[in-house]
Design a protein around this ligand. Structure first.
Ligand code: NAP
Length: 291
C-alpha cells in the first residue's frame, strides 16, 4: 500500500509555480494577481480565504481581499464583481461560498467573467469542461486528477465509483475521469443509490466525496483498490488547539491495508485543492499575457 502524499505533491507544484512566476516577472510582466470576495465572518470561510492569501504569498502572486458584511445587498456584490471583471490588474477572482441566504448564488457565479473564474464554477467553464475544451476546472477535481497523474496511477479502463454528485466535487470529477485522456468507466453514486456497498466494492478507483465521516468501511473496498478520500468534516477534538480536527469519509486504519494507494485526511486531497486554485490563476495570468 502506498500513501498518496497530497501535502508533498502540492509543495512540489507550488515550487514549479513559483519558478514560473519568476520567469513572468523577469520578462517584465507584473506577477499573477488573485482576488477573493468574502461575505460575512463565517469561521470556515475566513480560514479558507486566509489560506488562499497565504498560498499566493508563497508563490509570489499578488492577492487582494474584498470584504462585505453579512447583510450586503445582492446588487452591491454584483456591482463589485462587474468591477473586478473589468480590472486589468487582476487575473482571476473567487467569491467564497457559501453566501448568505438572501443572495442568489447561481446569479453571483454567472456574473463572474468566465475568463477570470478561477474557481471554475461558471456554467461556461463547466460546459467547456464537459466537451473537453480548455477551461478552468474546479479546484478539488483538478487536484485529484493531478494526484492520480503524478502517482502514475493507471486509470484507463478502470471502474471508478464516485460517491457524491455535488457541483463542486462529484459531478465535475465524473466528467474528468471519463475523458479520453483518463478513460475510466465512471459510476456516480448518491443518497438514492441502491446497493452502494456492493457498488463501492466493485471499484478499482473509489472516490468518497459525501461528507459523512467514516462512511467507507473495509467491506466496501476491493483488495488492491485506489481510494481517494475527499471528505473533510470538522469533528470536536481535545487534542488540537483549534478544538476540532478533520475527519475523512473513509475509515483509514481498516481500509488502508486493502488498498494499492490511498489518500490520508488531512494531507491528501485538501492541499491539492489549494494548489489547483494557484494553477488556475497562473493560467489566467498567462492567458492575459499572451492576449
Ligand atoms: P455536498 O454538496 O453535501 O454533496 C454530498 C454528496 O454526497 C451528495 O451528492 C449526496 O447525495 C451524497 N451523499 C450524502 N450522503 C450519502 C450517502 N449516505 N450515500 C450516498 N451518497 C451520499 O458535499 P461536497 O461539497 O461535495 O463535499 C463533500 C465532502 O468533501 C465534504 O466533507 C466536504 O467538506 C469535502 N470537501 C473537501 C474538499 C477538499 O479540498 N478536501 C473540497 C471540497 C469538499 P444527494 O445528491 O443525493 O444529496
Amino acid at each position: 500500500m502506498q500513501i498518496i502524499d497530497g501535502k508533498a505533491t502540492a509543495k512540489a507544484i507550488k515550487e514549479e509555480i513559483r519558478q514560473e512566476v519568476d520567469s513572468i516577472v523577469s520578462a517584465g510582466h507584473r506577477p499573477p494577481h488573485l482576488a477573493a470576495i468574502l461575505v460575512g465572518h463565517d469561521g470556515g470561510s475566513e480560514t479558507y480565504v486566509a489560506y488562499k492569501i497565504k498560498d499566493c504569498e508563497e508563490v509570489g502572486f499578488r492577492s487582494s481581499l474584498v470584504r462585505f458584511e453579512e447583510d450586503v445587498e445582492e446588487q452591491v456584490l454584483l456591482n463589485k464583481i462587474k468591477e473586478l471583471n473589468n480590472d486589468e490588474e487582476l487575473d482571476g477572482f473567487i467569491v467564497q461560498l457559501p453566501l448568505p441566504g438572501h443572495i442568489d448564488e447561481p446569479k453571483v457565479i454567472e456574473t463572474i467573467n468566465p475568463q477570470k473564474d478561477v474557481d471554475g464554477f461558471h456554467p461556461e467553464n463547466v460546459g467547456r469542461t464537459v466537451i473537453g475544451l480548455p477551461s478552468f476546472v474546479s479546484a478539488t477535481p483538478y487536484g485529484i486528477v493531478e494526484l492520480l497523474k503524478r502517482y502514475q496511477i493507471e486509470t484507463s479502463g478502470k471502474n471508478c465509483v464516485i460517491v457524491g454528485r455535488s457541483n463542486i466535487v462529484g459531478r465535475p470529477l465524473s466528467i474528468l475521469m471519463s475523458q479520453k485522456s483518463i478513460n475510466a468507466t465512471v459510476t456516480v453514486a448518491h443518497s438514492r443509490t441502491k446497493n452502494l456497498e456492493e457498488l463501492c466494492a466493485s471499484a478499482d478507483i473509489l472516490i468518497a466525496a459525501l461528507g459523512s465521516p467514516g462512511f467507507i468501511k473495509k467491506e466496501m473496498v476491493k483488495e488492491g483498490a485506489v481510494v481517494i478520500d475527499v471528505g473533510t468534516t470538522r469533528v470536536p477534538s481535545t487534542e488540537t488547539k483549534s478544538g476540532f480536527r478533520l475527519k475523512g469519509d473513509v475509515i483509514y486504519d481498516e481500509v488502508a491495508p486493502r488498498c494499492s494507494f490511498i489518500t490520508p485526511v488531512p494531507g491528501g486531497v485538501g492541499p491539492m485543492t489549494r494548489v489547483s486554485l494557484l494553477n488556475n490563476t497562473l493560467r489566467a495570468a498567462k492567458n492575459n499575457i499572451s492576449g
